[in-house]
Design a protein around this ligand. Structure first.
Ligand code: PLP
Length: 468
């Protein structure tokens, strides 16, 4: 399988090169040249474990890592999960939840980042290279990225976060990791400042090259690929229904795009229900065909407080009949004016107005009040404590209630990660998790820096000289 960019400037690269490239060199996103159809194999995979399924799904997209080595990478990546099913499906009234939060940091990002860390290590060892991962986080991703690469050879990681602005537990999940290759940097500034620093440092190409800077953000194809697997797992655990719907709490569009790929591979997903919080650019797009940015709002589901979804361009590529020229025009309009629209004939299929509405992806959004109400309702009805991100999914799912086909909602985090919101929603219920409680006793390490490119670069240089 070869990979190409959504913008047409990169073609014919291998999986391994796609992993190392992350964002495509032409500013687009990497996608596989084709999506293999596995409909004929589905019956024979029945009864497979999560890791066996992962091998079957992923090996369709990875032909430059030998199968036994890939199996080892997969086994290692999911051995860190607390549940033997990795992503267990549990009943919730008439529907089901797929719990994606049994990894080391109790959020669904572990599923992709545990795998990505091991794939990086494998490729770098083989090539005798080393890299420095630089990332910016408002809280959740940083911890999962660190957990994915801690202690790994040939990889150092630098994570910047806004000092004093992440939740105490989120900060502990990062700063309690004392491995020599892990560097936590508190920045005196906002999350936007951290992101801007990251952009500025990456655009200094000589610096980027000298230190082999790499990113693990959600544009990396490997992350999407790892997430395709649990859609298959959900279907088998649900008993292989003729069709099913999946509801996905969405921010950067990585999770739901993995579902889109699973469907294209022949998994019988009827609809994907996209659920956003008040940051509803995607919800508006799927209802109107217009992609228009607003200001970011801070909500009870912070991991979804995103206006510009980095993976959306991948979807656009397929929606625009795989035309790099059309993708470039759409993205150019969006970056010039803050808005872009699918024209009725955008897909080149027909001229009807219906054409701007996708039949597969339907969308809704949930306010903070609806999020809190849903947490309360789900607890009252089922005795189940769901986290605020999952609650956004369940709130939107209720709008699309349909008894015709089975419905699965993805549950993206353990509630104990979001103490304040949970206390507000369910003051009498204490959501705790032993992994998080244990963190409170651990020693921590971080460095606090000013918001300047020079300071951060000097820090990376100095750590490199110490060989850390
Ligand atoms: C990242 C995240 C999401 C959003 O997933 P995307 O792939 O960015 O759409 C939802 N919930 C939680 C808890 C997350 O950490």
């Amino acid at each position: 399988m070869k990979y190409q960019s959504t913008r047409g400037g990169v073609t014919g690269i291998s999986f391994k090169d796609a992993v190392l490239m992350g964002l495509a060199d032409d500013g687009g996103l990497l996608v596989p040249e084709s999506i293999p159809n596995v409909s004929a194999e589905l019956a024979s995979w029945q009864g497979y474990s999560y890791t066996q399924l992962a091998l079957e799904v992923m090996s369709r997209f990875i032909d430059d890592i030998p199968r036994p080595a890939l199996q080892q990478i997969i086994d290692k990546s999911y051995s860190t999960f607390a549940d033997p099913l990795v992503t267990p499906l549990i009943p919730l009234g008439d529907h089901h939840l797929l719990e994606l939060f049994h990894g080391p940091t109790l959020a669904f990002k572990d599923i992709a980042l545990q795998f990505l860390g091991n794939v990086f290590e494998y490729i770098l060892e083989e090539r005798g290279h080393s890299i420095n991962i630089l990332g910016a986080t408002s809280g959740d991703t940083g911890g999962a990225a660190i957990a994915g690469v801690r202690g790994k050879h040939n990889i150092s990681i630098y994570i910047m976060f806004p000092e004093g602005k992440t939740s105490p537990l989120q900060e502990l999940q990062m700063t309690s990791v004392l491995d020599a290759n892990v560097h936590n940097i508190g920045i005196h500034g906002s999350f936007d400042d951290c992101q801007k620093l990251m952009k500025d440092i990456f655009s200094d190409l000589p610096f980027k090259q000298r230190y082999s800077l790499a990113a693990v953000n959600s544009v990396n194809w490997t992350r999407v690929l790892a997430q395709v697997v649990y859609y298959f797992s959900a279907w088998y655990q649900r008993g292989c229904p003729e069709q099913f719907d999946v509801c996905v709490p969405t921010g950067n569009f990585g999770n739901i795009f993995a579902g889109y790929i699973a469907r294209e591979m022949g998994l019988p997903i009827r609809r994907l229900i996209l659920a956003t919080n008040a940051n509803d650019i995607l919800c508006r797009f799927f209802n109107t065909g217009v992609y228009a940015r607003h200001e970011v709002q801070f909500t009870h589901s912070p991991a979804m407080d995103i206006q510009i979804s980095s993976n959306f361009e991948r979807y656009l590529f397929y929606r625009l009949a795989r035309s790099p020229a059309k993708v470039r025009a759409f993205m150019q309009s969006f970056s010039d004016t803050g808005s872009a629209a699918l024209s009725p004939s955008a897909s080149g299929v027909d001229d009807s107005v219906d054409d701007v509405v996708d039949d597969v992806i339907v969308a809704g959004s949930a306010s903070n009040a609806a999020t809190l109400d849903t947490i309360k309702r789900v607890y009252a009805d089922h005795g189940y404590v769901c986290d605020p991100h999952t609650a956004v999914g369940l709130a939107v799912m209720a709008e699309f209630h349909d008894t015709q086909v089975p419905l699965v909602c993805l549950s993206t985090a353990h509630p104990a990660k979001f103490e304040d919101v949970m206390r507000e929603a369910l003051p009498k219920v204490l959501a705790t998790h032993p992994t998080l409680e244990a963190l409170r006793l651990l020693p921590t390490r971080k460095t606090v820096l000013e918001t300047t490119e020079t300071d951060v670069k000097a820090f990376i240089e100095a750590a490199g000289q110490r060989g850390a």
